[in-house]
Every structure is written in structure tokens, then in C-alpha cells.
Write a protein that binds this ligand. Structure first.
Ligand code: SF4
Length: 165
């Protein structure tokens, strides 16, 4: 829960982070500092989503969730990323791009699958556009389910993943 006071010019300063969000922020910051020297780079690849998952990922960068303050950045060069975040069903059109992107990742290759689509649990599983069943073409480090997964679930799951590195 958070409160947003309207009619206030300093509205972003009045977003109140709840206890869980504050705790997640503190622990994530520690993990990012320990494992990635304080700077964690995501590359986000849509393999055929409805964009619902992308909206939740974008929300992580709004003034409430504010993951940029934890050292998290989205990059646009897959060779320069720490973790590949992949959304969507594996469609025919995106198959080669996903495969190529995975091959270009530096070692250790880390992939987090976002949403129910890659798990083949989302609504669009019966479509001619699918290349294969889910993203079984390479190893996935962590699956985060949900349709879509909300920002706190993304943060909880990311923390769990980073703690196990
Ligand atoms: S998991 Fe749901 S919200 Fe995410 S891309 Fe698939 S259908 Fe859209």
C-alpha cells in the first residue's frame, strides 16, 4: 500500500513506501553491491508478449519502486548486460532474435523469465505464431510467474535469485 497526495507539487516526495518495500530496497541494494559492485544491468527482450509484463517492469523505475536508486539500469546492448529478462511466448518471428541474443550474452549467462507466457500458462498458448513450447531453447536461471507479475513480486523474486548467486 502507498499513499499519493494529490494537488501537491512535490507529489513524488510524498509517495510512502511500505515496510516490505523498504526492506526489499535495503536487501536488494546490499546484494547488488556484493554481486555486481553496485551496478546491475538488465537487457529486456520481448519474445512475443501482450506488453503487460513490460508495463510492470517499467513500473519498477517509477518514483515509488525506484530501482534506479538501487543501481539497476536497463541497457540496450545484450553483450553488456548482467541479466537477460525475457517476456512473452516464444513466437516464430522472435525465435532467431532470442537465440542470437542468448548466444551474445557474456559469461556467466543469466536469464530470468518473466510472466506466465514463457511457462505456457498465459492465455495465448493456442496460437499458430508459436515457435516452440516455451523458452526451452536455453537454460533459464529463474522463472517469475504471474500474468503479469506485479512489481513487488518482481523485486521479491529478484532478491531470492541474487541471494542464491
Ligand atoms: S504473462 Fe500475461 S501479462 Fe505477461 S505478456 Fe503474457 S499474457 Fe501478457
Amino acid at each position: 500500500m502507498f499513499k499519493l497526495f494529490k494537488n501537491d507539487n512535490n507529489w513524488s516526495e510524498n509517495l510512502i513506501k511500505d515496510a516490505e518495500l523498504l526492506r526489499l530496497h535495503r536487501l536488494l541494494k546490499e546484494q547488488i553491491k556484493e554481486n555486481f559492485s553496485g551496478h546491475l544491468r538488465f537487457y529486456i527482450l520481448d519474445s512475443g508478449s501482450c506488453n503487460g509484463c513490460e508495463l510492470e517492469l517499467q513500473a519498477l523505475f517509477n518514483p515509488l519502486y525506484d530501482v534506479a536508486s538501487l543501481g539497476i539500469e536497463v541497457v540496450y546492448d545484450s553483450t553488456n548486460t548482467d541479466i537477460l529478462l525475457i517476456t512473452g511466448l516464444m513466437t516464430e518471428n522472435m525465435y532467431n532474435e532470442v537465440k542470437l541474443t542468448y548466444e551474445k550474452l557474456k559469461e556467466p549467462k543469466r536469464v530470468i523469465s518473466i510472466g506466465d507466457c514463457p511457462l505456457m500458462k498465459a492465455p495465448f498458448t493456442n496460437t499458430f505464431a508459436l515457435k516452440s513450447q516455451g523458452i526451452n531453447i536455453f537454460p533459464v536461471s529463474q522463472y517469475i510467474g504471474g500474468c503479469p507479475p506485479e512489481p513487488k513480486l518482481l523485486l521479491r523474486s529478484l532478491l531470492k535469485y541474487l541471494k542464491n548467486l
